[in-house]
Design a protein around this ligand. Structure first.
Ligand code: KG4
Ligand code: ZN
Length: 363
């Protein structure tokens, strides 16, 4: 059994500048020693969304102080680290480069290994930060840029069962929230507006209903809801529409996850029936409660990271880095920042609906 070791993680793929120190023990248990997240929400709010250039410049300003704070809170210096992990994609490439370059500099200066981490792998492992969630498990990764069902057998061993063919669920939340006049980021604002609303009042389209496979589609729902948003004016109407949107998104997540559970159970038998929900949208209480109930119905255990590890953070990057380091998976200083980087590269390249490139699915 390996002795415990510490890894510094850095995350700069979108609009949070984050650094964290995680300790991994020989049994694979994680302990978060510090987790600092500097949100740039206020800088992007006037534009109604994340502006890549603004994000990259803000990361440059914040990464040094945030990394120093994470080390200070953990009470360690770079020499006590076993390695330095940073998100290398997917994300806004100018933003990713800031954290990755900083990590390369620090790794070189301190003579420590560098671990380039896929941001999606970070989300995939995030439930293991505070709970004992052994491999393998079925994962629903549902965030602002991604919506996919993945079988996770270990670090570097993810198999994608399905993903969105257009928008991610969080993107649908954000865009519909904007159409309802809510402030960015829209997901949490829409959840607050939906409180006490009647989800049955506005019927919304049910995409891919009854269709085989585990893919998602949210663009029809997004367009229909945005049109309806133009016609409602009273606060009660807006509340009902928000509740309908939240309900419709949760319903599709449920329907597609139920299919994935059936597929997964057919392959794994009754032994490893674990369902994990991660990513920013897992912070939504309705989504979480409905998926938890679905897991129980299908005899799966349920795990979701605490809210602070659902949205972007560096503890999940440090953990993925630490697990990679333990498996001997380190990177060279030539590791590239990647705007697109599927978790399961083989499946992404084989599927005509998930072609990489500008128009391809965001995974
Ligand atoms: O994981 P994350 O921080 O970033 C990505 O990697 O995309 O996810 C951000 C997304 C945003 O779309 C945000 O609106 C959504 O997660 N989100 C929520 C809630 N909190 C965050 N959506 C619905 N309800 C929430 N409470
Ligand atoms: Zn994320």
């Amino acid at each position: 059994m390996n002795p415990p070791f510490l890894v510094l993680g850095l995350e700069t793929s979108c609009d949070e500048t984050a650094a964290a120190v995680v300790r991994l023990d020989g049994a694979g248990r994680a302990d978060v020693r510090s987790s600092v997240v500097a949100s740039q929400v206020a800088r992007h709010a006037p534009y109604g969304g994340v502006v890549p250039e603004v994000a990259a410049r803000a990361h440059v300003e914040l990464i040094g102080p945030v990394a120093r704070q994470a080390l200070a809170e953990a009470g360690v210096g770079p020499s006590e680290l076993a390695g330095i992990a940073a998100t290398a994609g997917p994300g806004l490439v100018g933003a990713v480069m800031v954290g990755l370059s900083f990590a390369k500099g620090l790794a070189l200066a301190a003579g420590k290994p560098l671990i380039a981490v896929n941001h999606l792998e970070g989300h995939a492992l995030s439930a293991r930060l505070e709970a004992d969630v052994p491999y393998p498990f079925l994962l629903l990764l549902v965030s602002g840029g991604h919506c996919q069902l993945v079988e996770v057998a270990g670090v570097g061993a993810c198999r994608r069962l399905g993903s969105t063919i257009d928008d991610a669920a969080g993107e649908a939340f954000d865009k519909i929230a904007k159409a309802l006049g809510l402030t960015y980021p829209g997901g949490p604002a829409l959840e607050r507006l939906a409180e006490g609303g009647d989800p049955a009042r506005f019927p919304l389209p049910r995409a891919l209903l009854g269709r085989a496979g585990c893919d998602f589609s949210f663009s029809g729902l997004k367009t229909a809801a945005a049109r309806l948003a133009e016609t409602v004016s009273s606060q009660a109407d807006r509340r009902d529409l928000a509740a309908a949107v939240q309900g419709a998104i949760a319903r599709q997540l449920e329907e597609r996850s139920a299919r994935a559970m059936a597929l997964y159970a057919a392959q794994h038998g009754a032994q490893h029936l674990r369902f994990v929900v991660a990513g920013g949208v897992a912070a939504n209480r309705t989504v979480r409660a409905r998926l938890e109930a679905l897991a129980a119905q299908h005899a799966f255990s349920f795990a979701a990271p605490p809210l602070k590890y659902c949205t972007d953070n560096a503890a999940m990057i440090a953990l993925a880095g630490a697990e990679r380091l333990a498996a001997g998976l380190t990177s060279g200083v030539d590791a590239e920042a990647r705007p697109r980087w599927p978790l399961d590269e083989a499946a992404a390249l084989a599927s005509p609906t998930h072609v990489p490139g500008r128009k391809g699915a965001k995974a």
